[in-house]
Each structure stands twice: as C-alpha cells, then as structure tokens.
Design a protein around this ligand. Structure first.
Ligand SMILES: NC(=O)c1ccc[n+]([C@@H]2O[C@H](COP(=O)([O-])OP(=O)(O)OC[C@H]3O[C@@H](n4cnc5c(N)ncnc54)[C@H](O)[C@@H]3O)[C@@H](O)[C@H]2O)c1
Length: 322
C-alpha cells in the first residue's frame, strides 16, 4: 500500500537515497531540509521539497503523513568535540521538536538514523545491539540521547519506532551520493586523490592489532541501507522501539580500501603515514542478525569493489557538473 512520508534531511546523502527508494516503491515523499549540509539538487525528482528546519516541523507535519524518516542531523565527529553545543541543539533539541509535532498531529511511526558511534570503544567484535553504549564523542552521545528519547516515547505514547544504527555507509545510488564538506569518510577522501583534488591519503596508524595494522571498518552500500528503511517502516510496532545494527559483518582495512580504489580508478593513490587518531577503535564491525530476523533484511551489495565503483561514478558525475 502506498504511503506518504516526511523525510527530514532528504537533501543529504543517506536521506536522498532513501527518498529515491520510497519514490520507486510508489510512495509520496515530502523532504524537509534546511540545506545546512545538504544540496537542493540532491532532492530526488518526484519528491516535494520544503526548505525548513526540523525545529519548526509543526508548521508542515499533519495527520496525512503515515510516518517520519528522520535523517536530519549534524554528523561530524571531530567538530562535535569542539562545538558540542551545536550537536545537542540540533540533534537532540531538533528531534525533541520533531517528536512533539508528531505527538500533536498523531503521526505515530518513526524510523531514525542512529549510528555505530553510540557504542564507542567496542567490548565485543562484532558489535551487537545489547552491547554497552559508551560514546566517545558528543556526536555519538547526541544520537544515543535521541535513541533514549525514542524508547520513552514508544513506551509512554505508543510510538512505533525503529532506530537503525549504521556502520560505515558508502557507495552511491544513481544521482544520489556522498558529498560532505568537509569530507571525513575514507572512500570519498581516497577518491578525491584519484580526482587530483588531494595529493595523498593519510593513513592514521599502521600498528593496530589487525592483519595489516590499519583500522578495520564495516562498509555498507547505501542502497542496501535504504532497503532496510523501507522494511523498518513495515516492521515498526506501536509501543515498541526496535534497535537494529546495519552493517555487512565483515570489515575491510584502510589499506584494503586504498588498494581497491587503485584497482577501480587506475590511479596510484599515494599514501602518507600519520599517527593514530584519538578515539579510533582498531575494529568496528556490526552483528546485524537483528535486522535480518526482525526486518527480513538481506544486503546484497557487500562487495567492496562494487561499493567503490558506484562511489567513483558519482564522484566523477559531480566533478563534471562543477
Ligand atoms: N553517512 C554515514 O556514514 C552515517 C553513519 C551513521 C549515521 N549517520 C546518520 O545518518 C544521517 C544522515 O547522514 P548523511 O551522511 O546523509 O548526512 P548529510 O549531512 O549528508 O545529511 C543530513 C541532512 O540533514 C539536513 N539537516 C541538518 N540539520 C537540519 C535541521 N535542523 N533541519 C532540517 N534539515 C537539517 C542537512 O542539510 C543535510 O541535508 C545523520 O543523522 C547521521 O548522523 C550517517
């Protein structure tokens, strides 16, 4: 059955890909985005667009919406350490306003973009949803605070909610892809070297207890991630807050990513050794059994070369437009 969905942050990377998937599934999509880090041209054709802030969500939300998919947030870990107030204000304050508007209008279904950063330094590998949450940055803490807020909202007011804890989102979906500024994610940064926009890629630490000494991360294709959001809309149950990790469960090291970019782009990609960064765990890999069991999620794009190839195509397309 087709629905009508409010997608906050739908001019950004993940939100635009999910909006595109919703449209392809025959749903109506209204994107609410203040363009603080997103791009007007990132909003998929076919979606209605409101340039506005989640803190004013009550101006646009009404009972005709079936659910909210909430991506709007600031998400730069490093910036959150030096400007924590910016993260509490937008990520937590903004979500409080959104939740109040949902309560007032009776929109009782929510899918929220949570993050692996909610766990902090892992105590187990792979990480499960019942592992301890001890975020190491205000960004991770702000997202975890929203998860707690949603748990209370579901218990007290019957919200049907799913939080999806993404690991490292990567790749692109047609004209929707990653273009953060500044960029902090490894794959787009290495692709910038291939494009001649950056001289070399810094490798932060090569003496971690991993097979090649560099950090290992769980890269998940943004289209696989988008499919989980559509499944989560169906799986959400009134009064329940379901939390699911989203990852492939097998990690790739920084060196493996760089080598894959070399193969995909044909560029030599010079590396520069740099000291470890504080707060970078050696290995971050998801146990995603809950998403498979509860959502029926079955990611099909785990191949790193395919993820990089899609991101590369998008990066070249954006470069041509600029
Ligand atoms: N990209 C990842 O690897 C990753 C990993 C884990 C979690 N997440 C989460 O997924 C979500 C989307 O991430 P992304 O990479 O697409 O980020 P993004 O910056 O590309 O998108 C966020 C969008 O939200 C908008 N926005 C921010 N504050 C707003 C506000 N107050 N009102 C309206 N719009 C606002 C921005 O303009 C932007 O378009 C975020 O919540 C992020 O925390 C992302």
């Amino acid at each position: 059955m087709s629905g009508k969905y409010l997608v906050t942050g739908g001019a950004g990377y993940v939100g635009s890909v999910v909006a595109q998937h919703l449209l392809e599934a025959g749903h109506k999509v209204v994107v609410l985005d203040n363009l603080s880090t997103g791009f007007r041209e990132g909003v998929p054709a076919g979606a209605s667009f409101i340039e506005g802030d989640i803190r004013d969500a009550d101006e646009w939300l009404d009972a005709s919406f079936d659910a909210v998919l909430h991506f709007a947030a600031f998400s730069q870990v490093g910036e959150s350490v030096v400007k924590p107030e910016k993260y509490w204000e937008n990520n937590v304050g903004g979500t409080m306003a959104l939740m109040a508007a949902m309560r007032e209008t009776g929109v009782r279904r929510l899918v929220f973009s949570s993050t692996a950063a909610a766990y902090g330094e892992p105590v187990n590998t792979p990480i499960t949803e019942t592992d301890p949450t001890a975020p190491t940055s205000p960004y991770g803490a702000s997202k975890l605070a929203v998860d707690h807020m949603i748990t209370g909202e579901a218990a007290a007011h019957g919200l049907a909610a799913v939080s999806l804890r993404y690991f490292n989102v990567a790749g692109a979906y047609g004209r929707c892809g990653e273009r953060h500024d500044p960029e902090s994610h490894l794959i787009p940064l290495v692709l910038q070297v291939a494009q001649g926009r950056r001289e070399a890629i810094s490798v932060f630490g090569d003496d971690y207890p991993t097979p090649d000494g560099t950090c290992v991360r769980d890269y998940i294709h943004v289209a696989d991630l988008a499919e989980a959001h559509l499944l989560a809309l169906d799986a959400a149950r009134p009064g329940e807050h379901l939390i699911c990790n989203l990852g492939n469960g097998n990690g790739f090291s920084v060196r493996e990513v760089i080598e894959t970019v070399r193969k995909v782009t044909g560029h030599p990609i010079p590396e520069v050794a740099a000291p470890r960064r504080g707060g970078d765990p050696a290995i971050l890999v998801a146990a995603a059994a809950t998403a498979r069991e509860r959502l029926g999620w079955n990611p099909s794009r785990a191949d790193l070369a395919g993820i990089v190839a899609d991101a590369w195509e998008f990066a070249q397309h954006i470069a041509k437009e600029q």
